[in-house]
Write a protein that binds this ligand. Structure first.
Ligand code: ADP
Ligand code: MG
Length: 333
């Protein structure tokens, strides 16, 4: 049997996770959420997450500057801490570099990594450095902390909850399409490039949302709305109705997609790497949380649908009628 026949999540669920069931102690939360959680004492928990970026799979060396790659390598990890509502504490950086990599490239990579480290006050505390045959390989691990009662998991969604996102969707997918099609950066698509190459993790937003007990479930949008929402639905054993007309998209995405005949809605629903937050909020608290969120961050909290009962599935609706033809999110293998 080939890896491609079971996919990334099948591999984790069937062949990686079960091996460790009896070693995981009761108080730990392991594989299956954005971070692992280990309580320390009665009030606090430590969070751990790690993510890898491999040349040609996650980035093309000639299409991203080393500064941007350094920034993004940390950003995608901080985004998983944000997804739990945590505060980042430290990072670990392991690199495999081909011998011919220029020292100037490494300097710029570290400048980008340090830029976000400083902005989010997260020191680099360790890592590993090895030679790689031809590809650049980057693995970052981040630790974080959070008070026990405030942790937001994927499994808390309840019937009637409003499903929201903290940023517009699809910009990163639009940026990637521009890059793959050798489209030049211009005023009309700059935002798409920026979102793809230097996404800013919603760490502050995550910590703020963690303070609200009416926020029931949270995940970051790394694989695309359709894929990331399914994680919440499976973990919470619930179904979702998504109103496609409410899916927030920037003018830059809509205009660029129109110009090159791309499907902007499909990019917003299935495209990955937006690195915002996707959460469910008790419907009675939704409007007050939304107002307070706008006051705090001077930006929107976008409602896109609601949680309903039923088996895990996303039902997309247009003018209240079901539609079926939106492709699902990005999967490795
Ligand atoms: P995310 O997109 O939030 O980074 P992933 O989809 O990569 O999460 O992973 C889903 C879950 O599976 C996470 O809890 C992650 O820690 C776990 N996981 C992924 N790959 C492995 C692996 N090789 N070994 C152990 N756990 C893994
Ligand atoms: Mg995640």
């Amino acid at each position: 049997m080939k890896l491609s026949s079971i996919g990334e999540f099948g591999l984790i669920e069937e062949y990686i996770a079960p091996e460790f069931k009896n070693l995981i102690q009761k108080h730990m939360t392991g594989i299956g959420d954005d971070c692992a959680i280990i309580p320390v004492g009665k009030t606090t928990s430590h969070l751990f997450t790690t993510d890898m970026l491999i040349e040609k799979t996650h980035f093309l060396r000639e299409k991203i500057t080393p500064f941007q790659l350094g920034f993004k390598s940390l950003a995608v990890n901080l985004s998983d801490i944000a997804a739990m509502g945590g505060k980042p504490v430290s990072s670990f950086l392991s690199v495999g570099f081909p011998e011919d990599i220029n020292i100037k490239w490494v300097e710029e990579f570290m400048r980008g990594y340090k830029d976000l480290s400083q902005k989010e006050n997260t020191p680099l505390l360790g890592g590993d450095t090895t030679k790689s045959e031809d590809k650049i390989i980057i693995n970052v691990g981040v630790t974080g902390e959070i008070q026990n009662g405030k942790i937001k998991r994927r499994n808390g969604a309840k019937e009637g909850d409003i499903i929201c996102v903290t940023n517009t969707l699809g910009d990163s997918a639009g940026g990637l399409q521009c890059i793959l099609n050798n489209i030049r950066i211009s005023e009309s698509n700059q935002k798409l490039f920026d979102q793809h190459l230097t996404p800013y993790p919603h760490v502050k937003e995550g910590q703020w949302l963690a303070e609200k007990e009416e926020v029931h479930a949270m995940i970051d949008t790394s694989d695309g709305l359709s894929s990331d929402l399914m994680h919440i639905l499976k973990a919470s054993n619930a179904r979702a109705h998504i109103d496609v007309e409410k899916i927030p998209m920037t003018k830059e995405l809509i205009d660029t997609a129109e110009r090159y005949n791309w499907n902007s809605l499909e990019m917003a629903v299935s495209g990955g790497e937006d690195y915002g937050l996707l959460l469910t909020i008790d419907r009675n608290a939704f409007s007050s949380i939304k107002k307070a969120f706008i006051r705090e961050f001077q930006k929107e909290l976008f409602p896109v649908g609601e949680i309903v009962t039923g088996e895990p599935k996303i039902q997309y609706l247009k003018e209240n009628k079901p539609i079926e033809d939106i492709r699902s999110g990005y999967r490795h293998f």
